[in-house]
Design a protein around this ligand. Structure first.
Ligand code: ZN
Length: 72
């Protein structure tokens, strides 16, 4: 993920939950006293990856079940 800070254009490290407002670390600290409003892009990428893996796992499971049924 290569997002830019909406204020200074530097590489963003945070995003406001549920929006497309990206901030670099400096601007985030300057503009938000409460950083809990912000999600780090790293965390977001991790969550996203986890979600994809879970999805893949569950679709693999479904495939296996389908194959088992075919074998019967
Ligand atoms: Zn910035």
């Amino acid at each position: 993920m290569n997002k830019k800070c909406i204020i200074c254009g530097k590489q963003a490290k945070f995003v406001i939950k549920g929006t497309n407002d990206y901030y670099c670390e400096d601007c985030a600290k300057e503009n938000f006293s409460d950083l809990s409003l912000l999600v780090s892009l790293e965390e977001l990428a991790k969550e996203f990856k986890k979600h994809i893996v879970e999805k893949m796992k569950s679709s693999l499971k479904e495939e296996n079940i389908e194959n088992e049924n075919l074998n019967e």
